[in-house]
Design a protein around this ligand. Sequence first.
Ligand code: SIN
Length: 484
Amino acid sequence: MTVSPQLRTQAYINGKWVDAQSGKTFVVTNPATGERIADVPDLSEEEVLGAVKAAEDAFPVWSATSPKHRQDTLMKFFNLMLERTEELSRLITLENGKPLADATGEHKYSASFMEWFASEAVRTYGDVIPSTIPGLRNLVIKQPIGVVGIITPWNFPSAMITRKIGPALAAGCTCVIKAPSDTPLSAMALMEIAEQAGIPAGVLNLVTSRNSRMVAKVLCEHPVIKKVSFTGSTGVGKQLMQQSSSTLKKLSMELGGNAPFIVFDDADVDEAVKGALIAKFRSSGQTCVCANRLFIQDKVYDEFTTKLTAAVEKFVVGNGLDAGVTHGPLIHDRAVAKVVEHVEDAVSKGAKVTVGGKAGKGNFYEPTVLVDVPISALVSKDETFGPLAPCYRFSTEEEVMKLANDTEFGLAGYFYSRDIGRVWRVAEAMETGMVCANSGVLSQATIPFGGIKESGFGKEGSKYGMDDYQITKLVLMGGLGTRY
Ligand code: SIN
């Protein structure tokens, strides 16, 4: 696949498209074919520091623009994204591998964050609080937190960036974004759109480097950066928290999951199968909210697993740009190796493969269903991040809630039941930041996305999504005189 002439392949600092001064680059490949798509700059620490300086210098001007101006700019950004839907969706498929229909879904999801936060820009209300001390007035105002460091993953090359720059820009913050090394091209396209939307130089800066640790260290330790927003693994999140402690930075952490997906006896089994196809196999299982453990109650176990197997057999695995392909490759060989490990471990402990179970050529792994999985299997504790649906059997609600919550993670959880009492009980008992009752779909710009436990903290999207990019300041007023 040749690179289109207008494809951006450079970093974007202070309104300029730049290569590394050293001339060093690293390669971006298509995970479906292994072909080289582009060479992108391998920036040095000095160059990353230059991006921080640009964001620092741009902050006074951008933060002083009116909320209405920021709203209009974000709406321009949104409209420009939609005008380029076809091209930018193909770019997502090219660098990430997800099928074009999924990539188009991601592109629109990505744009929707700009639209949502355009509206939030003008709603950053403060408060007036009655004073307990006579003669005083207590006002609360919201202000942009300052320069924000943003680190995003490869599984949503576009949407994880807009989910963070949307609220940052709306609040009046400036940003240094670390593009994912596997998928930096969608991030570059977003910077081009930012330029066209009239976002001034220095407000958004995009850095690329093979040395992710170096960039993360700069963003976490630099005193100018007031907040870091990270989406990625729990292990890396913990390291970033440690690094950020030297400057007590405000953090948002959207980390790993181990989502339970529970099907109770009273569920609509066909709906539960449909939900599992999305919750488990979306992006070939490579999302933080993907179901990782499927618990099915005795009475419906055989029906559910048979129907799930039949549905998975219909998947068409291949290059996401080819017509009819429903599931693409995994991002790289390490991701495939993890699925292999989880399947082999479960099978060695007694699980049976009903569909899939084999690695293909390159980065492909067949979408797989395992039945009779014992709770001792590795996959019960460890997020696969791949197309593997391990099905466990359970008898009672109490038993399954213990199993579902027996994990240090708490991002998303799913369950199917038509008993309204059970719906409330389970929703309240499930230890996750997001609970889906009778749905396998959850992602929207309007919801507070985020986890609890070791899945992190902070909410992205929704009316709560602005909070992390603002400070809440008290302005107390005295000396106001007496009433007439
Ligand atoms: C993620 O995998 O981190 C995000 C998933 C989503 O927004 O749907």
